[in-house]
Each structure stands twice: as structure tokens, then as C-alpha cells.
Design a binder for this molecule. Structure first.
Ligand code: THU
Length: 134
């Protein structure tokens, strides 16, 4: 699947964001190696800390349906109706990604106008992964 297509799916997923406290809405579209795409949005909470990011929503949906192998994820975010030029994943989401993906996993950021592509190893070098426990 093309990066632009995945970005468009993330933009649609962002419509479902539940972000009444920050107003910052995030959408994610996660492509599994099976070919299935799992969508996610951020889900905030009045108690703040239980907030779940869009990326983790997508990963947890996928893993809960038996997926363990992934190709790439597109992430978009922005305040209210505005889309930021880039919405990089937070540290907690990077750690969740590290549980299931190696350095070749692709992170797609940006907008429909400007699509950016990173290797996961570029944005989380020296990751602590399941292999670290061996
Ligand atoms: N957020 C995400 O969904 N993903 C990220 O990687 C960064 C932050 C959400 C969490 C919170 O609902 C809002 O954006 C502001 O931090």
C-alpha cells in the first residue's frame, strides 16, 4: 500500500479522536503484513493519565485480533481542525512499536501534500526490545 493512501486512512481515523481536554486530535493507520489495516485515534480521559494515543489504539486493536507482524504506520495529528506538518509518535508509543517491530518498520508522517517516511531505527535507536531480555 502506498504511503499516501495510508496517510488518507489516518486522516479519516482522526475524525474519531476523543480529545475533549487537549483538543489535539490524532489518527493512525497501521498496515499489518497480512495486508489488513487497523485504524486508531487518541482516546482521552478526565483523569488524564489513562489517555491512549492513536498509535497504541491501532496496535492494540491489531494485536488483539492476532496480528504480530507489521509493515508500516501512518500518523497524523493536529489541534482541532488543523493538521500539523508532522506528528511524530510519543516515547511510550515508540516503546510499544519496539515490542512488535524491528528497525525496518516504516513510520509515515506528514500530510497529503507532503508525505514523510522514516525507518523506525531512525526514530528509536538503541531500543529496548524483547531481544534485550535474552
Ligand atoms: N497523542 C497521540 O495520540 N499520539 C502521539 O504520539 C502523541 C500524542 C495524543 C495524546 C493526547 O490525547 C494528545 O495527543 C495530546 O498529547
Amino acid at each position: 500500500m502506498e504511503n499516501l493512501e495510508l496517510i488518507k486512512l489516518a486522516i479519516n481515523a482522526r475524525e474519531m479522536a476523543y480529545a475533549p481536554y487537549s483538543g489535539f486530535k490524532v489518527g493512525a493507520a497501521l498496515l499489518a503484513k497480512s495486508g489488513k489495516v487497523y485504524l486508531g485515534c487518541n482516546i482521552e480521559n478526565a483523569s488524564y493519565t489513562p489517555t491512549n494515543c492513536a498509535e497504541r489504539t491501532a496496535f492494540f486493536k491489531a494485536v488483539s485480533e492476532g496480528e504480530h507482524e507489521f509493515e508500516k504506520i501512518a500518523i497524523v495529528g493536529g489541534m482541532g481542525d488543523n493538521l500539523s506538518d508532522s506528528c511524530p509518535p510519543c516515547g511510550v508509543c515508540r516503546q510499544v512499536i519496539a515490542e512488535f517491530c524491528d528497525g525496518d518498520f516504516v513510520i509515515v508522517l506528514g500530510t497529503e501534500e507532503k508525505v514523510l517516511e522514516y525507518k523506525f531505527s531512525e526514530i528509536l535507536p538503541l531500543a529496548f526490545t524483547p531481544k534485550s531480555l535474552n
